[in-house]
Ligand binder design. Structure first.
Ligand SMILES: [Fe+2]
Ligand SMILES: [Fe+2]
Length: 190
């Protein structure tokens, strides 16, 4: 599992580097199977999701450092929009791919309702930022959402993703990863 973390980090710094959207790397990755590890196996969905988490953690760090100094409601709401736009497809992928195959594991852990419910709670908190009437209320709600996100992401990294790695076959996880990449390519290049 530790070697995976190293791979997640390597992938995240490669693929989500600033300016990546317009870089030549994007062209190079398009339509190809992303490979990783000593055997060059296609990336597992858990590796892809962890790479996304690395980006989220940077975003949470940024929001927590700048939010207290923001001067307008619009700025705070813009940050909430950024998180919501990124989090919605990420959590949808997790729900679609993990809820059903890992249902029995979540039940054993007493987490069957929590996994999906936490996604909804985060979305609801971010939506509440838009409804805030004062700058102070908006900041407090946004920072509360960041705390909820961090708690949820930590649980996924410590429990859910390792559980998926144990329960699902490596090949299945790689196929899920390739399916995810195809969907992403279809969205980016309709
Ligand atoms: Fe999640
Ligand atoms: Fe996640």
């Amino acid at each position: 599992m530790r070697s995976c973390s190293a791979r997640f980090f390597a992938f995240s710094t490669r693929s989500f580097a600033p300016g990546w959207e317009k870089s030549k790397k994007r062209v190079a990755y398009r339509g190809r199977k992303l490979k990783t590890g000593p055997n060059k196996t296609p990336m597992k969905i858990t590796e892809i999701l962890m790479a996304e988490h690395a980006v989220f953690h940077n975003l949470f760090d940024h929001i927590e450092s700048v939010a207290p100094r923001l001067k307008t409601l619009a700025e705070v709401k813009t940050l909430a929009t950024v998180v919501q736009r990124l989090h919605e497809p990420h959590s949808r992928t997790e729900d679609d791919l993990f809820l059903q195959p890992l249902e029995h594991c979540f039940e054993q852990l007493g987490q069957n309702e929590n996994f999906h419910a936490e996604h909804e709670q985060i979305e609801a908190m971010l939506t509440r930022v838009y409804k805030a009437r004062t700058l102070q209320e908006a900041k407090k709600t946004l920072l509360g959402a960041m705390t909820a996100c961090r708690r949820h992401f930590d649980k996924e990294e410590r429990i859910v993703f390792p559980m998926a790695e144990r329960v699902l076959k490596a090949r299945t996880l790689s196929e899920m990863g390739q399916a995810w990449l195809k969907q992403r390519d279809a969205r980016l290049h309709p």
